[in-house]
Design a protein around this ligand. Structure first.
Ligand SMILES: Nc1nc2c(ncn2[C@@H]2O[C@H](COP(=O)(O)OP(=O)(O)O)[C@@H](O)[C@H]2O)c(=O)[nH]1
Ligand SMILES: [Mg+2]
Length: 349
């Protein structure tokens, strides 16, 4: 098992310096919170906004998030262990690929052990309508998920996300009313994760639901995922953003080689100053490889440039990234294919 990714000291400004006054007598509240909801409602954007870090990848395409991802948020008197999940699908999973089943399992298992649930919903905008033409309401899929979550009997907060697309916030009132009827007692918080709106109130509501207890993670832990996982995700994010149709869903990224350069002299002696990373983007069909490589390699170069910049930001050092595209027929269809790409359930990791 590789080391989890820690917050860099410069980013961890909230960690109390040695000279700070003794900690207040307020007891700490801590616990696990699962972010659940339909695909594409903004769960990962919300997690990143809460953490102030680009931890979980985001794209306009549904099913961007494939695994559970833990992000730890420390606040005065509280520690939230937030678990981002792939979207919950309520329709039958028969006939879906092994990857789909893995994603549904990840989302469902994430909810099982948590202290509280953050349900994220959006206002329903029927196809072909503009946001100012409709009265915000819940989609039937969100309604069903709300019912399912209620059945778990977990403490719950609801975020109505993407409120920035609602022309007048008063329009949300009927939607808030119907949610309050459906989920009695659950605080309902309008948010615009993309701008950070509503995040503070959301955190206050969540903290109020957590039990008193010791911190679950030391203050410098940001996630339980190793750097290599986060790097492969940043590459996959750029593929999702750059490609259309079925390509994103056929893509998996593996890290084949990782070599670090450590400074042996000077002020940065002993520090990591560079990483050479070799990564493979796997697709399922030769036609997909052709599209991903692009005319004269143009597409893969563009993806590489954008991913490299993101990776350098994450790792805080120079990055050399070499990428290969490979066809692995139908890897998403079989358990063996999934394992090869690193999609293994928690119990097996
Ligand atoms: N307008 C708007 N778009 C958002 C907001 N939050 C997320 N999005 C967009 O919605 C899409 C899906 O977001 P993502 O976080 O990947 O959703 P997830 O599948 O629920 O994790 C992305 O294109 C985001 O930029 C928001 O508050 N407002
Ligand atoms: Mg997501």
């Amino acid at each position: 098992m590789q080391a989890p990714f820690m917050q860099s000291p410069s980013k961890n400004k909230e960690a109390s310096p040695a000279s700070s006054p003794p900690t207040s007598p307020t007891p700490l509240r801590s616990g696990f919170v699962a972010l659940v909801g339909r695909p594409n409602v903004g769960k990962s954007t919300l997690l990143n906004s809460i953490l102030g870090e680009h931890l979980s990848i985001v794209s306009p395409k549904p099913q961007t998030t494939r695994n559970r991802i833990l992000g730890v948020k420390n606040l005065p008197g509280a520690q939230l262990a937030l678990v981002d999940t792939p979207g919950l699908h309520l329709t039958s999973i028969k006939g879906r690929t092994a990857l789909n089943r893995f994603m549904v399992d990840e989302a469902q298992q994430a909810v099982e052990g948590v202290d509280a649930v953050l349900l994220v919903v959006n206002m329903h905008v029927p196809e072909g309508k503009a946001t100012d033409e409709v009265t915000p309401s819940l989609s039937s899929a969100d309604e069903q998920i709300a019912t399912q979550i209620l059945g778990l009997g977990k403490p719950l907060v609801v975020a109505i996300n993407k409120t920035d697309i609602v022309p007048d916030k008063r329009m949300l009132l009927p939607m808030i009313d119907s949610l309050a009827k459906k989920l009695p007692g659950a605080p309902i918080v309008p948010t615009a994760a993309i701008k950070g709106d509503g995040v503070e109130r959301l955190l206050a509501e969540l903290i109020a639901l957590l039990p008193e207890g010791d911190a679950l993670f030391s203050e410098d832990v940001l996630t339980d995922r190793p750097e290599r996982f986060l790097v492969s995700e940043l590459i996959r994010e750029q593929v999702f953003l750059a490609t259309q149709k079925e390509i994103p869903y056929a893509v998996a990224v593996t890290i084949d080689s990782w070599e670090e350069r450590i400074a042996d002299h000077g002020k940065r002696r002993g520090e990591r100053i560079g990483v050479q990373i070799d990564a493979t983007i796997h697709v399922e069909k030769p036609g997909q490889k052709k599209i991903l490589v692009g005319e004269g390699g143009q597409m893969i170069r563009q993806i590489g440039t954008l991913a490299r910049a993101q990776i350098a930001e994450l790792l805080g050092c120079g990055v050399h990234l070499a990428m290969f595209v490979r066809v692995d027929e139908d890897w998403s269809q079989t358990p063996a294919g999934l394992r090869k790409m690193g999609y293994e359930s928690e119990a097996r990791r």
